[in-house]
Design a protein around this ligand. Sequence first.
Ligand code: PMP
Length: 439
Amino acid sequence: MPQHDPSNWWMPFTDHRQFQHKPRIFTAAKGSFLTTDDHRQVLDITAGLWCMNLGHGRQEVADAVSQQLMQLDFAPGFQFANPQAMRYAKRICQHTPDEINKVFYTNDGSSAVDTALKMAYAWHQAKGQGTRQRFVSRMGGYHGINIGGTSMQGLANNRKGFPVLDCVDFLPHLLDIEHNAFTKGLPDHGADKADALNDIIAFRGAENIAAVIIEPIIGAGGMVPPPKGYLQKIRQICDEHGIVLIFDEVVTGFGRTGAAFAANEFGVTPDIMTSAKGITGGFVPLGAVFVKDHIYQTIVDNAPDNGPEFFHGTTYAGHPVSCAAANACLDIYEREKLFEQSGSALIQHWQDTLHSLREALPQLVDIRNYGLLGGITFAQQPRFPGNAGGAVHNTCFDRGLLCRGIGNHMVMSPPLTITTQEIDVFAATFIDAVRKTLN
Ligand code: PMP
């Protein structure tokens, strides 16, 4: 039997026929690198799955986790609290927008999304507006794998074949290569795509719409930053019609844009924000929903006298070990000023390096960036129809670079602690891999 045998593991989002033909196994990680079972070092330009914001192998997080495991390994979160969860909630609210001071813990990003959707319902019901049962999402959006989040998905493959909820309308995708190709940062064109929200409201009636859920920057849908003014317009329309605005910040939270959250970075405060991934630097699972005070208060004040006001929660919500990891990560985020990187030399170098690929690679039709996020789109490749990103991803991996190919896009989200030299290695390897694959 081989040393590592994956045959009993049904893996997520995996093509097992391909995987069994050529298994790819990681056995260790440190800093910006993963190590494979054949002892190769792979530069992790995706921060795992957009989560290892602090890089791999942080001793102080490992210490905090192991100490907490021996101090208080678990405490039920229904009607009982624990110090790590309380402390983290207090601390992180120093970084959320001013009006957002309530934290509801979840297990991951998917359960954060479904929690946020149910909160929006609960808030409207508490105000006596129970007819508001529809949602608005966006084409190209990714919102996790639970049935609520799956129903909000704007990615066809993620919905196909599943019994999704029939109460969602979709705003148009923001990718507009014709007008915005190779824009650095926020594109100039496309804020008017927010007007589609007015059309949906006119068609469905505001009294039937509970919430709009969008990623401030589209992630898995190709890494697409919002056009200038777009988020402000969405906020304004939601305000005019009493609609809850949910930002899914599972990717954009925790320093990814340069600030703590995209909401801070773009100066647009949603009513509810979801997060996961970077909250614990990816070291252990955790998710959280951050909520405006008045939403919480309305739900609590209008509940029946007995029993929970919000009939919702999971076994591991507020898990002391996950919250200990989150507190240790927040120590690092604060000490290393990783929520204050907007306009930093590192982000500038990331932008310059990404955009320098344009001259080297005629196969590219677009490059996008914001904070420490990057997106690249390849021209249609006859040899790899609709999957140039996947093809380049495979060559990159063979050459020691982990990036994420999605259709004809490549998306990047390096650890926030990446060095400029590592960014240069990324660019050189990427150029080499594209030339080799798509010549
Ligand atoms: N929302 C967004 C925007 C995401 O990118 C993801 C995961 N990539 C999720 C939700 C779901 O998070 P998880 O995989 O932790 O359930």
